[in-house]
Design a protein around this ligand. Structure first.
Ligand code: SAH
Length: 351
């Protein structure tokens, strides 16, 4: 945990030792160590969503978020015939989304038909999830969950996976690398030019980890059927200029190199690229605000406010945070994917 008297974090010491012995690290190697080191990594050592946490996510803002997802999952499950299914969440955080989704879907029979699997590497977060989602099973990765029909959801999971970054000069692409500066401090640099068409000043980002997990989702949906909902902070092309890696600690943006292992790191998901990875499957994409609105979050908010008038103002502001363009409504995007036997994807325009 944070020791203000210690100028260097354990992860920082590990990074420096590794760079000194094997050379500069890619941004992806840096992220993997800072976020996922089994002993000192950010996610391994804390609940970043807790009361004294670093950031807040949609399911932690309001129960309505998970409820709408529960209704989506139940509708798609019924359209697929309502048989036995694995309900899988990647990176479930505190387990709030899954708990709210299962409660909202209670009357549909989905919770009884589903075997719930939570894909989580962090022991601290697994303990939180166990409090809210009884009868779940855990796996370290999606590949460790048995094959078969599935309904999968992931909220702010992909943006926590390691990403490589590239910047272009008039000599070609250069990978952004983390090395050591003159005083032995962590310092950004870049590789020798790599072949490839580039306009000087362009940035590119590529995540082999995201590609591996999306390919696995596509393989499962094509082979055994089902649907997936991927929700994240991101964009459709054209990509925003510059690198998108950002760091947050104590609800503030900080330098990505500050206190590694004690700082959350995320980047923006390219939803145009993501959608292109699900060839042969039904696929649709939209903004979080319009997705939630078309699933009926407005009506749900009214009903909640009627049954608890003392919270009416709080509910209105939760609704606004989740759906308003100035808050999470357009910055967060939703990709729905389903096997072709599922006739339509609720919540998306024209699917
Ligand atoms: N979905 C939750 C939490 C988002 S934070 C919410 O919306 O509140 C990211 C989550 O992904 C955490 O649960 C973190 O522990 C998990 N995570 C990060 N990298 C992971 C990996 N490689 N494998 C499995 N889980 C991972």
């Amino acid at each position: 945990m944070t020791d203000p008297a210690d100028p260097e974090t354990a992860v920082e010491r590990l990074l420096k030792a590794q760079i000194a012995s094997t050379g500069p690290l890619s941004v992806a190697d840096f992220m993997a160590l800072a976020l996922a080191h089994p002993e000192h990594g950010y996610y391994a050592t804390r609940d970043p969503l807790g009361a004294a946490g670093d950031f807040i996510t949609a399911p932690e803002i309001s129960q309505m978020f998970g409820e709408m997802i529960g209704l989506w999952l139940a509708t798609v499950w019924q359209e697929a015939g309502g048989g036995p299914v694995r309900l899988i969440e990647l990176g479930p955080g505190r387990g709030t989304l899954m708990a709210d989704a299962l409660r909202a879907a209670q009357t549909t029979g989905l919770p009884d038909a589903a075997e719930v699997w939570l894909v989580e590497t962090s022991p601290a977060l697994r303990a939180e999830q166990a409090k809210r989602v009884p009868h779940a099973q855990w796996a370290e990765s999606l590949t460790a969950v048995p094959d078969g029909p599935m309904l999968l959801v992931a909220n702010e999971f992909l943006d926590a996976l390691p990403v490589r970054q590239f910047i272009a000069s008039d000599r070609g692409w250069h990978e952004r690398l983390l090395g050591l500066g003159p005083e032995g401090e962590l310092a950004w640099g870049h590789s020798a030019p790599l072949p490839g068409e580039a306009g000087a000043g362009d940035w590119a980002e590529k995540s082999p980890a995201v590609e591996a997990v999306t390919d696995e989702i596509a393989r499962r949906l094509s082979g055994s059927g089902g649907a997936a909902l991927l929700i994240d902070y991101g964009y459709t092309r054209p990509r925003p200029p510059g690198p998108t890696l950002q760091a947050v600690r104590g609800h503030r943006k900080v330098d990505p190199l500050s206190r590694p292992g004690e700082t959350d790191l995320t980047w923006l998901i390219d939803f145009t690229d993501l959608a292109g990875r699900f060839e042969g499957l039904r696929c649709a994409e939209t903004a979080q605000g319009s997705f939630m609105a078309s699933l009926g979050i407005g009506q749900r908010a009214s009903r909640l406010a009627e049954s608890d008038p003392g919270r009416a103002n709080a509910i209105a502001s939760e609704l606004e945070r989740l759906t308003d363009a100035a808050a999470m409504g357009t910055l967060f995007r939703v990709l729905g994917v389903a096997s072709p036997d599922i006739p339509s994807l609720p919540g998306f325009p024209e699917s």
